[in-house]
Design a protein around this ligand. Structure first.
Ligand code: EPU
Length: 345
């Protein structure tokens, strides 16, 4: 394992900003992770664990140690006619994992096709798309505890997974590093097709087939439809630097939502348990006139207003400025403070 100094992070995060890390290291197993963290050089420095770097905005060079999981591979820990339970290294590419599961006929994550990044981010961010969230399939998260320097197995119920949030992003941020994730997947059909135009796209491709033999083909078809919808709305980070949705969709109490709906009846919204209503941040940003606009080399993606993009050699501060202007305008128009989904460093 090699520790590198003054390391360029441009290809290590999806905004592709020209920033450096004071130190960079990749670990292939938990022994290597323990070894890096014991190195006296890093005792007093900030440590930033990253996966694919798909949810980060660097506003300056990182003054400490950036560590990336290269723990790869996965094992079946349990299997019967109904389900399969897999233990997966946190350094595995998420979408390659989804593709492998779909081709085996294992369901539950096909709606999460095409999400960039590594499996290690799935419990941290509770990734979600097209009506499915990672918390529905995760059973356990194995973490390296920086305080005790040991591995811990945490049942998902203890990890506080919520909308694009978890205890890993909050009070556990500087303590636990995700090393393995255990997922439970279905061998029997249990499709989730009610989000947006997913069903419509599937019907236009001939629709799902009936019967147990059709399961594998159906999963592949859902994956194809999700990938097609994503690529029609979301920019490929390899082509145009971005971090997916930059903002979260705000969750309001019913009274706040009702007052807002009187002024903006067209605001897209989704009812949530516990008298909450989620509203579309993209719609509010578009209403404020930001969709397709830019400030310097930072832009709002013309096909999806929730996505901020690096138009080419942008500096982190430029993206940050754009983000601040959008927040101010949305607040002025709607009285709502948009929260970033990305981690701003
Ligand atoms: N909309 C607009 N303007 C836009 C884009 C969307 O008015 O520019 C409206 C749409 O008409 C629709 C509503 O907003 O009524 C929702 O749009 P969409 O289905 O595209 O989803 P989203 O709320 O904008 C969320 C996730 C995405 C995820 C999609 C699909 C968040 C913050 N984002 O976006 O996740 O792919 O739903 O499930 O929850 C990510 O987290 O990085 C991400 C891309």
């Amino acid at each position: 394992m090699k520790v590198q100094e003054h390391f360029c992070l441009k290809d290590k995060h999806s905004f592709h900003l020209n920033v450096t890390a004071r130190y960079w290291a990749e670990y292939r197993n938990t022994d290597e992770l323990g070894e890096i963290l014991q190195d006296k050089r890093f005792y007093k420095l900030p440590v930033l664990p990253v996966g694919g770097g798909c949810n980060l905005l660097f506003t300056r060079n990182f003054p400490g140690l950036v560590i990336k999981s290269a723990i790869s591979g996965w094992d079946i820990v349990h299997e019967n006619e109904e389900e399969v339970v897999l233990r997966v290294g946190s350094g595995l590419d998420w979408d390659q994992f989804v593709e492998s599961c779909v081709s085996q006929g294992w369901g539950g994550i096909e709606n999460l096709s095409g999400i960039p990044g590594l499996t290690g981010a799935t419990p941290i961010q509770n990734i979600g798309a097209y009506g499915v969230e990672a918390k529905e399939v995760i059973r356990y998260v194995e973490v390296f505890d920086r305080q005790t320097r040991s591995l811990l197995v945490l049942p998902v119920e203890e990890c506080g997974l919520a909308y694009r949030n978890s205890r890993f992003k909050q009070e556990w941020k500087d303590r636990f590093i995700v090393c393995y994730i255990t997922y439970r997947l279905n061998k029997k059909p249990a499709y989730r097709l009610d989000y947006g135009n997913l069903n419509e796209v599937l019907r236009s491709q001939g629709g799902l087939q009936e019967g147990p033999e059709a399961h594998r083909g159906n999963l592949a078809m859902i994956r194809r439809a999700v990938l097609a919808i994503r690529s029609s709305k979301l920019p490929d980070p390899a082509v145009l630097g971005n971090a997916g949705s930059f903002f979260k969709n705000p969750e309001l109490d019913v009274a706040t939502y009702s007052a807002l709906a009187e002024r903006f009846p067209e605001l897209p919204h989704w009812e949530l348990p516990g008298n909450k209503v989620k509203v579309s941040a993209a719609w509010m940003i578009e209403y404020c006139g930001w969709k397709g606009k830019s400030m310097g080399r930072a832009g709002v993606y013309p096909k999806q207003a929730l996505v901020l993009v690096n138009l080419g050699d942008a500096r982190g501060e430029e993206i940050y400025n754009l983000y601040q202007h959008i927040v101010a305008d949305v607040h002025k128009a709607f009285g709502i403070s948009l929260q970033p989904e990305v981690v701003v460093l």
